[in-house]
Unconditional design. Structure first.
Length: 336
């Protein structure tokens, strides 16, 4: 059988730059800082979803970044992970190549199946082909746009499918669009503009940790930045349910002042106060989930990023908050 156009099978898609999925508006990249543009070309959270009619396997034709010897990318597993609903079925390991085919063996089931990509090598999917039987794109799900930093991007989870946005998205039956930018996510208003223009049924914002160091913020600055970010997003999504997750535990920063004298505890409080003030001003679709109590130090791999169990805890808290506030569209049935 000839190769099928992969576009209808792709999920987690924010924008397309030609045939490549990107995670920021390619027509407006000049407004973004270099660290965001660098992360935005990686297909974080992008996956293939399909149903099967008697197919024994799915061939995925792709091209990926081929690392030079000694490049840290050589340490990343180049694995295509197969899931059916909330059930992990296995991985297919291949090599990054300028063009390659990964064959994903399928169980005798119709699915829907999800294939998570080896994100670190920035694979571009060129085609999808069934082996025996046929494949069709899975039904579309409501879109959930999630913005944050490296924790949202999924750092220190063992696989892309184990990041908290991926775990929560499966639990809620949503099409998660991951706009996590490692090293950034400091309330950049250009990113708020991108989110405002992106169709979404739900939005979650989880930034603030990187405001403690690198580009340090004071508590008053983060308060005003949070309000400004929300105002810009609301220009495009005036009534969309919007959950703000304040920074999770970071032991070395909780009571240590940054270059402007602000501790993470103070920054978190300022961010939460900003959200509460916007709610008090009449935003009935804005929610706050305080992040401080979600994790303990033992859930952090390096004192900053959670392990798989920590990602699960964040996912469970986010999913619970969205369900209790009745933010999940009623026609969504949880996967699995």
């Amino acid at each position: 059988m000839s190769w099928l156009d992969p576009a209808p099978f792709l999920r987690g898609v924010g924008w397309m730059d030609g045939d490549r999925v990107v995670r920021a508006d390619p027509s407006d990249m000049s407004q973004l800082s270099w660290d965001i543009t660098k992360r935005a070309v990686l297909p974080i959270g992008v996956r293939l979803e399909f149903v099967s009619d008697g197919a024994d396997a799915a061939d995925i034709r792709y091209r990926a970044t081929v690392p030079e010897p000694g490049d840290p990318l050589t340490e990343l597993a180049h694995a295509f992970a197969l899931w059916e609903g909330d059930r992990f079925l296995g991985e297919t390991f291949t090599e990054p190549a300028r063009e390659q085919v990964a064959r994903i063996e399928l169980p005798p089931s119709c699915g829907p199946f999800t294939v998570h990509l080896p994100e670190g090598h920035a694979p571009e999917i060129l085609g999808v082909r069934p082996v025996g039987g046929s494949l069709a794109p899975a039904p579309a799900r409501p879109r959930w746009v999630v913005h944050g930093d490296s924790i949202t991007e999924g750092w220190s989870s063992t696989r892309p499918a184990r990041s908290w946005p991926a775990v929560a998205g499966r639990a809620l039956g949503l099409d998660t669009v991951n706009l996590g930018y490692a090293g950034a996510a400091r309330g950049e208003l250009a990113t708020a503009s991108h989110i405002a223009a992106l169709p979404a049924h739900l939005i979650t914002l989880a930034f603030g940790t990187n405001c403690w160091f690198g580009v340090p913020y004071s508590a008053p600055l983060l308060y005003e930045t949070t309000r400004a970010f929300l105002a810009v997003v609301r220009e495009g999504h005036p009534t969309t349910p919007l959950l703000v997750l304040s920074p999770v535990l970071r032991p070395d920063a909780e009571h240590t002042g940054n270059a402007l004298g602000a501790t993470l505890t103070e920054l978190r409080a300022a961010m939460e106060e900003a959200v509460r003030d916007v709610v008090a001003a009449g935003d009935e679709r804005l929610l706050l989930l305080p992040g401080r109590g979600l994790l303990r130090a033992e859930h952090l791999v390096d004192g900053v990023h959670p392990d798989d169990s920590g990602h699960v805890l964040i996912a469970e808290a986010v999913a619970t908050a969205l369900r209790e506030a009745e933010c999940v569209p009623p026609f969504v049935v949880a996967a699995g």
